[in-house]
Ligand binder design. Structure first.
Ligand SMILES: *[C@@H]1O[C@H](CO)[C@@H](O)[C@H](O)[C@H]1NC(C)=O
Ligand SMILES: *[C@@H]1O[C@H](CO)[C@@H](O)[C@H](O)[C@H]1NC(C)=O
Ligand SMILES: *[C@@H]1O[C@H](CO)[C@@H](O)[C@H](O)[C@H]1NC(C)=O
Ligand SMILES: *[C@@H]1O[C@H](CO)[C@@H](O)[C@H](O)[C@H]1NC(C)=O
Ligand SMILES: *[C@@H]1O[C@H](CO)[C@@H](O)[C@H](O)[C@H]1NC(C)=O
Ligand SMILES: *[C@@H]1O[C@H](CO)[C@@H](O)[C@H](O)[C@H]1NC(C)=O
Ligand SMILES: *[C@@H]1O[C@H](CO)[C@@H](O)[C@H](O)[C@H]1NC(C)=O
Ligand SMILES: *[C@@H]1O[C@H](CO)[C@@H](O)[C@H](O)[C@H]1NC(C)=O
Length: 433
């Protein structure tokens, strides 16, 4: 008993040693860099400098395995960039147990600076872990007017081998999370929430990145729950519960004029989409320059009350402000599989594949689609879909007719207003391929 007691005292002493104070002088034992030890306080209008001081200490610590800690409490800060590289090549672990909020105002009180780009950025880092029981609160609902900056809450930029786990992100002003030029990133167990009416508040956006996993998270915002932008390869989204919002998207693609990089290898599976405007979507801008989006799979998705459950939109033009609204997109979409997608549409539409007349979609497969559209028959719309989509609607009987019709549309290339509307008398049901 006594030895257990001694052991406990020893343990507590070690814990106290590890979590107390910051390293200075010769003794580098401390590995936890608590922002409050560097001057951060809930009462401060802008804790940016304290955050950065703690970050520098953790990042340049020679002790190894250091932790940057944001303890419980609410802390405000302007835009902060946690930059690497760090000593011996590895980033500290970042534990956020408190609530972080942007300081108020764009260039307002106490020199507080916010930009439209990013609020909290982690850049040029390797082996980064950002986790904790805390919340990043963008305070988006406190915004008034256009004067306020609309930064992405959390950006990982040029980061390799990173994990973002367990945090809550709420009410962002812009996107909640953006992985930009990252390799091997896992985001899991996130809870992301913003009002359905808040514009451009995507949950997790991925761009110019490869080997990204977005897993087991609950995301509901005023825009896409997840969006996979240009230049991405090997992105897997699994176990995401999405809604409200605009659904799970690849895109938007082709917005920029100069050579956007392709999207290759996206899997979106085992997700639930509930009360959203779109379910699973691929979107490209009208008049977009040439690029490719290929090898994209959506499977095992449950839809509940979704307005456009399955949609490819190559004339994506939100708010109707597109210079090239009448020009076709030159983004080539190919090898897209929809497999085992079930549930309910909020509209009479189940499937809308509206591809580009200049770059018809190829290799589209629909397999095991089981959607119902309230009391009315589900309707599907196809344009400029070449070839195998026909095999798709492979239920017996009328399917044959549909097949021919789909092929006609695709291969004839006739204008027909570039569109063909298809009334399905019952749920669309495919066969395994
Ligand atoms: C850092 O942590 C890893 C795993 O947690 C361990 O293998 C490694 O030895 C630690 N390094 C130091 C310097 O403590
Ligand atoms: C990242 O992780 C992979 C797989 O675990 C490993 O092979 C690679 O060396 C790591 N990269 C860096 C820069 O640590
Ligand atoms: C499917 O997603 C749910 C979350 O909606 C998760 O709990 C479950 O582990 C996932 N299953 C697989 C096989 O990935
Ligand atoms: C398609 O993408 C997935 C996910 O990245 C990948 O595992 C698979 O190898 C790719 N297939 C082809 C034919 O490129
Ligand atoms: C969708 O959300 C509603 C509540 O908003 C809930 O009752 C329903 O069970 C959810 N559907 C699925 C498939 O999770
Ligand atoms: C369906 O989703 C819409 C939002 O698109 C929501 O307003 C409505 O309450 C939902 N209906 C049900 C039955 O959950
Ligand atoms: C469909 O969504 C609209 C809002 O977009 C909502 O008002 C309506 O109640 C929804 N219909 C059903 C059947 O849930
Ligand atoms: C389609 O879904 C409904 C309920 O959502 C289910 O009762 C039915 O068995 C499904 N049909 C097939 C062929 O999977």
């Amino acid at each position: 008993m006594a030895s257990i007691f001694k052991g406990l005292i020893f343990y507590l002493a070690v814990v106290a040693l590890l979590s107390g104070g910051h390293a200075h002088g010769k003794n580098q034992a401390a590995r936890v860099y608590d922002v409050t030890k560097y001057g951060a306080a809930p009462s401060k209008g802008d804790n940016k400098d304290a955050f950065l001081a703690a970050w520098r200490a953790a990042c340049h610590s020679t002790a190894g395995n250091s932790t940057l800690l944001f303890p419980k409490g609410t802390f405000a800060a302007g835009a902060v960039q946690f930059e690497g590289p760090c000593k011996n090549g590895n980033a500290p672990a970042v534990v956020i147990d408190g609530v972080l909020q942007p300081c108020s105002g764009r260039g307002g009180g106490g020199g507080c600076q916010l930009s439209d780009d990013a609020w909290l950025t982690f850049s040029d880092l390797n082996n980064l872990l950002v986790t904790g029981a805390g919340t990043l609160d963008g305070q988006g609902h406190h915004q008034s007017g256009k004067a306020k900056a609309k930064p992405t809450t959390l950006v990982f930029e040029d980061v390799t081998n990173a994990t973002l786990r367990g945090l809550g992100l709420v009410n962002s002003r812009g996107f909640h999370v953006n992985f930009r030029r990252c390799t091997r990133v896992v985001a899991e167990g996130l809870g992301i929430h913003a009002p359905a009416a808040s514009r451009n508040t995507d949950g997790v956006h991925v761009g110019f990145s490869s080997h990204v996993r977005i897993l087991n998270s609950v995301i509901g915002t005023g825009d896409d729950c997840v969006s996979v932008g240009p230049g991405c390869t090997d992105v897997v989204v699994s176990g995401v519960i999405c809604g409200p919002g605009h659904g799970l998207s690849v895109g938007s693609l082709g917005k920029d004029d100069d050579g956007e990089q392709d999207v290759r290898g996206v899997v979106i599976k085992n997700c639930t989409v509930n009360g959203t405007t779109n379910g699973v979507r691929i979107k490209t801008w009208p008049g977009s320059p040439p690029s490719r989006a290929s090898n994209i799979t959506f499977q095992d998705i449950t839809m509940d009350n979704v307005s456009n459950p399955i949609i490819i939109d190559q004339r994506y033009c939100p708010h109707d402000h597109c210079a090239d609204a009448d020009k076709p997109s030159l983004v080539q979409i190919s090898d897209v599989t929809y497999r085992r997608i079930e549930g309910t549409s909020n509209s009479s539409l189940a499937v809308r594949l509206l591809c580009s007349e200049k770059r018809p979609c190829t290799g589209v497969r629909l397999d095991g689609i089981n959607l119902t559209c309230g009391g009315v028959p589900c309707r599907s719309e196809f344009s400029n879909v070449r070839g195998s989509v026909a095999q798709v609607l492979s239920s017996p009987g009328p399917a044959v007719q549909r097949e021919e019709a789909a092929d006609d549309v695709a291969s004839s290339g006739t204008e027909q207003l570039g569109r063909f509307t298809w009334w399905l008398p019952f749920t669309v049901r495919g066969r395994r391929v």
